[in-house]
Design a protein around this ligand. Structure first.
Ligand code: ATP
Length: 360
């Protein structure tokens, strides 16, 4: 187990800055997700921590030791790749033993370590099989066992679940978390799947264009995204842009909406996010803001409804502005497409965003 500290790290390929002045600390024993769209630099950052790439600038420290010029095999890191990279002609136990054998270990200690690792990933009975005789989920477990058998200080996972179908992927997320807890190894997990990042990690670093734009606990980033990018990349969001005047937000078209306490103090342009599950809809009410009713903010017409089992997402056209509302099943009466509706929310659920990408 170890603390990994990345400080002002950059790497340029040709004219393209793949990783741009990234600083982030991965605490001992934590489970971190690096989340970002394709090409945002996640894999490059992971490969620099592993030692497959070397930064142009900045430092990488593992437990205080500067490793940016230390080769892969001396960093004591375990890595699982997207395609698992198993040796097809070796058995499951042969694959898992490989990392120990290249270090010169042999005999009983290797057999014991391999058996323990296979037990941890629940593959003991399949030890003699070859990779082609395994399912995708089982191959993924072999790759994991192979990475942890060497007792690495840090475990690096590059989209390890992306080849699995949805049901298996969800099972493996739970498994991966269990195994990481049991081993207690500092883990850095690359994904572009926001649900995976939210469900699996203790902390998330969001990357965009080679830069970390926000880092924090999943709940904190979800509840308080700093930028429109973070708000829409991690979860879904309605974005409202307007001008702050007299303590409220004036949207284009003149609608004035209340702001959370403290955020209407500075006049000027402001962008806010509101999560669709915080937006409520109801049949048109003749009286706006009548006693006992939640404050009405907009009126609109339902244009689409997406049913997803436990909830429905409504798309509402509010005078040219599209608002999304997620309504749990069994709650209010269904609204048909074409229905006029009132759209409302609590002012405290509006999230003011920073003007830039949230990095500053
Ligand atoms: N060896 C390389 N040579 C040149 N350009 C590279 C190299 N490796 C990565 N890049 C470029 O650097 C940028 C970041 O790539 P990287 O693979 O780190 O992104 P990513 O966020 O992991 O994307 P994905 O989710 O698609 O794997 C991309 O624009 C990519 O084309």
């Amino acid at each position: 187990m170890a603390r990994v500290e990345v400080q002002n790290v950059s790497l340029t390929f040709g004219a393209h800055k793949a990783v741009d002045d990234v600083s982030i600390a991965f605490e001992d024993g934590g489970f971190y997700a690096l989340l970002g769209p394709s090409g945002s630099g996640k894999t490059t950052l992971l490969r620099m921590i592993a030692g497959f790439e070397f930064p142009d600038a900045g430092s990488i420290r593992i437990d205080g030791e500067a490793v940016e010029n230390v080769p892969v095999n001396r960093r004591r890191i375990g890595m699982v790749f997207q395609n698992y990279a198993l040796f097809p002609n070796m058995s499951v136990e042969g694959n898992v033993a490989f990392g120990l054998e290249v270090r010169g270990e042999k005999g009983e200690s290797v057999r014991r370590a391999v058996a323990e690792a296979l037990e941890l990933v629940q593959l003991g009975p399949l030890a003699k099989r070859r990779p082609h005789q395994l399912s995708g989920g089982q191959r993924q477990r072999v790759a994991l066992a192979r990475a942890i058998v060497t007792k690495p200080r840090v475990l690096l996972l590059d989209e390890p679940l992306s080849a699995l179908d949805k049901a298996l992927r969800t099972d493996m997320q739970v498994e991966l978390k269990r195994i990481q807890r049991e081993v207690g190894v500092t883990t850095i997990f690359v994904t572009h799947d926001q649900d995976e990042a939210l469900s699996i990690s203790d902390r998330i670093g969001i990357l965009k264009d080679g830069r970390i734009v926000q880092e924090g606990a999943p709940e904190d980033i979800y509840d308080r995204p700093a930028s429109e990018f973070a708000a829409t990349f991690l979860g879904d969001a309605n974005i409202l842009t307007g001008v702050v005047r007299d303590g409220s937000l004036r949207l284009d078209g003149g609608t004035a909406i209340d702001l959370p306490a403290g955020s209407g103090d500075v006049p000027g342009e402001l962008r806010c996010a509101i999560r669709p599950e915080r937006v409520r809809i109801s049949q048109s009410m003749p009286v706006t803001g009548a006693a006992g009713e939640p404050p009405e903010h907009m009126r609109g017409v339902v244009t689409r409804r997406l049913f997803s089992g436990s909830a429905s997402t409504y798309f509402i056209d509010c005078s040219g502005r599209e608002m999304k509302a997620i309504v749990q099943r069994g709650g209010d009466a269904d609204m048909a497409v074409g229905s006029p509706v009132c759209v409302h929310w609590n002012a405290d659920d509006l999230i003011p965003l920073s003007a830039g990408d949230g990095r500053d």
